[in-house]
Design a protein around this ligand. Structure first.
Ligand SMILES: [Zn+2]
Length: 474
């Protein structure tokens, strides 16, 4: 819904923006147990915001209210009675579900924009060169930096695609960093950078995490998966290497994620997976740029989901994602950051905007993909692709309270009337005023509240200096 009436209400709200802090101090009381660095889950009701629920039935609600209690959305409507709940004035704000990232090598954000302009300084040799010298503390610093940036820019879920697991401690460092920030996430446990394609990946880090997963995520915010090399890396991988890894993940009941047919040149990589019974509802494919029409049908038939990353795919020259081709088949599809080593910063709003632009350019039409459809890819569709569509991705009673509020009182957002276009085309990280994950307020008034941003950055600097020193590369 976006009629003239709702637009007027929205603009009235924008004019009445309150610049004061939206949440009172009681919300920031420390949790009685668990991670006591994180804010407690408070009870509050957001009023007067323009609500983009991203739910097909609820639509948009201008000037509506969201009641959050015990980490869940208790009610959402034009009028909500919430006696006793703290009132948050959402005037001038657009409230919507938090963005869902579906594949991100958070361990290499330390190497932000490291991918250079010559083949020896390209993405793959660079992250392999430096990645092999990372200690667990370096992974922690990098993943925590990524998660802080994610929260700051409006993501409430990230998929940490960890393919530099050099020891169980490296994997644990990635998980600890996610847990410390309070973000909702999946950690997909992979192999170490530099591992020859002829050698099997050590399964101990994955098995060790799986055995005691509840201790890593007692409140269920974090889930575990397996990052798999698949049948092809630089060249083909032999079945005696890839099959036991796949079988082990299935035995543990874990979702499997794999890069495949990543560039337009890497054709005929999906049919072999299909023939070997290595596709399925528990298999998540990354990129699939070179999938043929018949392979796209195989993906649909098998029930697997896909993540695309237009930012990195265009930057590295892989080609154009097949967004519309997958959506028209009903393949669950999410958007992802992939790597800051290639794309610099990780605003998913920017990546979504690019995803829409690519589809319009391919079709030669201004109207191929609507702004709202692009936002769905970053919210409800992304959540479905990660198997979380019943929990997050839209604002609806009963879902977990993962939401953001965007402040429209800024030079780059002022004077527009269509909220979907405004959000997709204009939102920068600094416009994200408030971020709530599972009912915990992690950003408010435009500032991170559960993390010391200066320490996150300074620790990352120290880690990078140490890795550079160990690597001894100019
Ligand atoms: Zn990737």
């Amino acid at each position: 819904m976006c009629d003239l009436c709702s637009r007027r209400s929205f603009m009235r709200g924008a004019g009445a923006l309150a610049a004061t802090s939206l949440f009172g101090s009681p919300l920031m009381a420390q949790a009685p147990s668990g991670n006591d660095r994180l804010p407690a889950r408070g009870e509050f009701v957001i009023r007067n915001a323009y609500l983009m629920t991203m739910d097909a039935d609820l639509g948009d609600i201008a000037g509506g209210a969201i009641h959050v209690k015990d980490g869940a959305i208790a009610a959402i409507a034009a009028e909500v009675a919430a006696p006793g709940a703290r009132v948050v004035d959402g005037s001038g704000m657009i409230a919507m579900p938090g963005l869902v990232d579906t594949h991100w090598h958070m361990w290499n954000t330390l190497f932000r924009s490291f991918a250079g302009d010559k083949p020896e300084e390209g993405y793959f040799p660079t992250v392999a060169r430096f990645g092999q010298h990372m200690m667990p503390d370096d992974v922690f610093a990098s993943t925590r930096l990524s998660a802080a940036e994610a929260i700051n820019s409006g993501m409430t879920f990230v998929h940490s695609w960890c393919h530099n697991v050099r020891s169980p401690a490296h994997a644990e460092a990635d998980v600890r960093a996610l847990a410390e920030t309070g973000i909702r996430a999946r950690h997909s446990c992979g192999w170490p950078q530099g591992l020859p394609d002829t050698e099997p990946a050590d399964q101990k880090p994955l098995e060790s995490l799986a055995k005691n997963w509840n201790t890593w995520s007692p409140d269920g915010l974090l889930t575990l998966g397996m990052a798999w090399r698949g049948q092809f890396r630089a060249g083909p991988i032999k079945p005696e290497v890839y099959q036991p890894e796949f079988d082990n993940a299935r035995k543990l009941g874990l979702p499997i994620t794999v890069h495949v047919a990543s560039s337009s040149k890497l054709v005929n990589q999906i049919e072999p997976l299909h023939k070997a019974n290595l596709l399925g509802k528990d298999v998540h494919l990354i990129h699939t740029i070179a999938a043929s029409p018949s392979e796209l049908d195989m993906m649909k038939e098998s029930g697997c989901a896909v993540s695309i990353s237009p930012g990195s795919e265009l930057r590295i020259g892989y080609g154009f994602p097949q967004t519309s081709e997958m959506l028209s088949r009903g393949i669950p599809l999410g958007i992802s950051v992939d790597t800051d080593a290639l794309i610099g910063s990780s605003s998913l709003f920017a990546v979504l905007k690019l995803a829409r632009a690519v589809e319009n350019a391919k079709a030669g039409s201004e109207f191929k993909m609507s702004a709202r459809r692009a936002l769905e890819l970053g919210t409800i569709e992304g959540a479905r692709s990660m198997g979380l569509g019943d929990k997050i991705g839209s604002l609806k009673p009963g879902k977990r309270a993962d939401l953001i509020m965007i402040n429209t009182d800024a030079l780059n957002m002022a004077v527009m009337t269509d909220p979907a276009h405004l959000v997709l085309e204009c939102t920068e990280p600094e416009n994200v005023d408030t971020v709530v994950v599972d009912g915990r307020v992690l950003k408010q008034g435009g500032k991170l509240v559960a993390l010391d941003a200066h320490k996150v950055v300074s620790d990352a600097r120290v880690a990078l200096a140490a890795v550079r020193e160990r690597t001894k590369w100019r």
